[in-house]
Design a protein around this ligand. Structure first.
Ligand code: DQA
Length: 144
């Protein structure tokens, strides 16, 4: 069975508690559960990881080189700053879908640029936590 990695960056552990007017009321555990159910219905395994540390996310992307067929990633604020995460994703061969819960283009200009978008096959922003499920579905299509 192919496995997809669901990677979440800094502050996303606070999902459901942090600025719910922007990020909604669902917790990260809720998101992981619904993504696991969706992936499984599509014949995919799902492994989820969240970290507030850039290096830990990079280590997981390296691990994904051997263990994952595709990656769904919400890099949080590292989206807008991390050349190192972009480099790690460029060393991964499978498809990558970038997810943002909020519509970053409607927010501060510093959120409009994404290093990760230079690598991602697709970018989803502003669909709320539903965006993660759309990303898993898209990966399933790309990996079929
Ligand atoms: C985010 C948008 C980022 O700008 C922000 O730093 C986040 C979350 C989103 O999911 O909308 O932490 O990636």
């Amino acid at each position: 069975m192919k496995t997809v990695y669901l990677l979440n960056g800094p502050n996303l552990n606070l999902l459901g508690k942090r600025q719910p007017e922007i990020y909604g009321h669902e917790t990260l555990a809720d998101v992981v559960q619904s993504c696991t159910t969706t992936a499984s219905a599509l014949g995919l395994g799902l492994y989820a990881f969240q970290s507030n540390h850039e290096g830990a996310i990079i280590d997981k992307i390296h691990e994904a080189r051997d263990k994952a067929a595709g990656i769904v990633i919400n890099p949080g604020a590292f989206t807008h700053t991390s050349v190192a995460i972009l480099d790690a994703l460029n060393a991964f061969e499978g498809p990558v879908i970038e997810v943002h819960i909020s519509n970053v283009h409607k927010r501060e200009t510093f959120r409009h640029h994404s290093y990760v978008s230079l690598r991602a096959e697709g970018v989803i922003a502003g669909l709320g936590t539903e965006g993660y499920l759309a990303a898993v579905r898209r990966l399933a299509m790309l990996l079929a």
